[in-house]
Design a protein around this ligand. Structure first.
Ligand SMILES: NC(=O)c1ccc[n+]([C@@H]2O[C@H](COP(=O)([O-])OP(=O)(O)OC[C@H]3O[C@@H](n4cnc5c(N)ncnc54)[C@H](OP(=O)(O)O)[C@@H]3O)[C@@H](O)[C@H]2O)c1
Length: 168
């Protein structure tokens, strides 16, 4: 419904993006033409699939300098997927060192960030993914991996274990 009831609310889709600043408004002090930036347009009209985008500079920043060690492609893959994982683990989950954390969908956009963020908080991370992505998920730090056949059973087993850990 938020995307439009009878016709699409946004003509050009896409929220996450990275690029080089072409021009800035007269009140913009944080950025100047030529700066390499990345960010999300999810709160300001979408349109990241376009070649050029306009980003309103607000108090809650939607645009940041692109780290120099990331390509534009790499930077554009970060914003929402990483923030969703961070909000879930840190803000809502209040993750603590030593906790056992199960990441279901560890091979996906959210999941790959969730595995790495949980590890950085000192958690013991179990990732659930399909067989062909096991090596990749293991390479980003998940301790235990599950195959397609077992992942449903493992999900319930580890969910119970995480629940117990949180409620001890
Ligand atoms: N990415 C974002 O920016 C973002 C933002 C907000 C909300 N979300 C929501 O978060 C969810 C995940 O998004 P995503 O971007 O991470 O998706 P994704 O990159 O497509 O990853 C999907 C994950 O789910 C796993 N999966 C698929 N079928 C499964 C099954 N039957 N049983 C267990 N696992 C299964 C996949 O594992 P295999 O590939 O190994 O099979 C993969 O790890 C979606 O509902 C999406 O709408 C995403």
């Amino acid at each position: 419904m938020g995307q439009g009831l009878l016709k699409p609310k946004y003509k050009i889709l896409g929220s996450d993006m990275a690029g080089r600043v072409e021009a800035v408004g007269k009140n913009v002090e944080q950025f100047q033409p030529g700066d390499e930036v990345f960010g999300t347009l999810g709160d300001c009209g979408f349109g990241a699939y376009a070649e050029f985008v306009s980003v309103p500079i607000k108090k809650k920043q939607d645009l940041a300098p692109k780290p120099t060690n990331l390509t534009f492609d790499e930077a554009a893959a970060v914003p929402q997927a990483a923030v969703v994982a961070l909000q879930g683990l840190r803000d809502k989950g209040q993750i603590q060192p030593g906790q056992k954390v199960l990441i279901n969908g560890a091979s996906g956009g959210n999941g790959t960030f969730a595995v790495q963020i949980a590890k950085s908080f000192g958690a013991e991370v179990t990732g659930v993914c399909s067989t062909r992505k096991m090596d990749m998920v293991r390479s980003i730090g998940a301790r235990v991996l599950c195959t397609d056949i077992t992942r449903l059973l493992t999900f319930y087993a580890h969910s119970f274990s995480f629940y117990n850990t949180r409620n001890e």
